[in-house]
Unconditional design. Structure first.
Length: 133
């Protein structure tokens, strides 16, 4: 943070000098931000990087019994992914929203811990880091 603050102060001083010299338009400002806690995860590039973090996943759920598909969502953890088959295996993340389904104050059940979801990369509509805050 100190490095960012020092850079910003120096940069602002140089912008002020350039404004006085009329070499740039007046009132230019610099805003530095990060993608944030709930950043979008690029598939498949970021999967390995964020594999240990809970992720909000919105995906197309193709039903085997019908030709229709629907969107589903959940908070998962990445169990594995395969670049050759372009598929992911997800499990339920151990986060409050998933634990509450078992009952207030209860941990994930064995069935919940062992549950798995297989999704092809192209069925993933949105994957982003999940914040429990």
């Amino acid at each position: 943070m100190e490095d960012i603050e020092a850079f910003s102060t120096t940069y602002r001083a140089r912008l002020d000098e350039a404004e006085l010299a009329k070499s740039i338009p007046e009132n230019i400002s610099l805003e530095v931000s990060s993608p944030g806690v709930e950043r979008v995860v690029c598939i498949p590039h970021d999967l390995d990087r964020f594999k240990d973090r809970p992720m909000y996943v919105k995906y197309v759920n193709e039903k085997a019994t019908t030709s229709s598909s629907s969107e589903s969502e959940g908070v998962f953890r990445l169990v594995s992914f395969d670049m050759e088959t372009e598929c992911c295996t997800w499990g339920l993340a151990d986060v409050r929203i998933n634990r509450e389904r078992a009952g207030k104050g209860r941990p994930l059940s064995k069935k919940q811990r062992e549950w798995r979801l297989e999704t092809p990369f192209d069925s993933l509509l949105l994957v982003c880091l999940y914040s429990q805050i």
